[in-house]
Design a protein around this ligand. Sequence first.
Ligand code: DGL
Length: 259
Amino acid sequence: MKIGLFDSGIGGLTVLAQIMKLMPEEEYIYYADSDNCPYGIKTKEEIYALSKKAVVFLKEKGCDIVCIACNTATSVAAARLREEYDFPIVGVEPAVKPAIDHMATDGGNGRILVIATPMTVNQKKLHDLIDRLDEEHLVDMKALGNLPGYAEKGDFDSPSLYKYFDRELGDEKYKKYTKVVLGCTHFIHYTEALSKYFSDDVEFLDGAEGTARNIRNICSRAGLETAGHLSIEFYRSGHEASEENVSFYRMILDRLSKK
Ligand code: DGL
């Protein structure tokens, strides 16, 4: 089978890394829309149009299933695209439920922070999810709209990155968060850098592994046959990725496989 994944850039590689652990012998196509990153500050119509282009591109490349490995594009475009096409389109969801469940098991008096792009934080979808699950009113939200841009430049640890974090998260009030939901796939690359801004025993939660399990279940229910070998093709905003881009993506995947 052929599995397509798309994100506004390198965020969705976190989902690819997880799915490759569960399904190591399949053909993957990864579409990074880095030329149009960040999505989180665009309008809904722009995000929908870019998502549609990527999903259709992956389908035309022969993918049996497409994963929108981007929370922003999922919240804006997934439902609409599922109505328009009849192949499986899987999205990513912020891991709010696991965070609330873990909080209940751990006890303690910390709080939960969902960090995501401005678009995701302003979407009714996330507010509805939190309203439905957060009976104890433990969950807050915060947008970090510039962070995907740092990731696209391969900046995971620079003075300017920490200056940005200090400005956004330097206030003592962030120390009360013991669970932080990474509601943007790009943010999953920053767990080490982010940890000093929250409670000493902070736990980061993301939807990458759950999404990978979801993809595996859908493929197995659909009876799709295994390819029997691993291959990954990379595209950048509708074109074959350059050698330089491919080595960057492979370096990121390698980094993720060591986590
Ligand atoms: N990686 C994306 C997400 O999960 C979006 C980042 C962006 O382009 O703003 O929300």
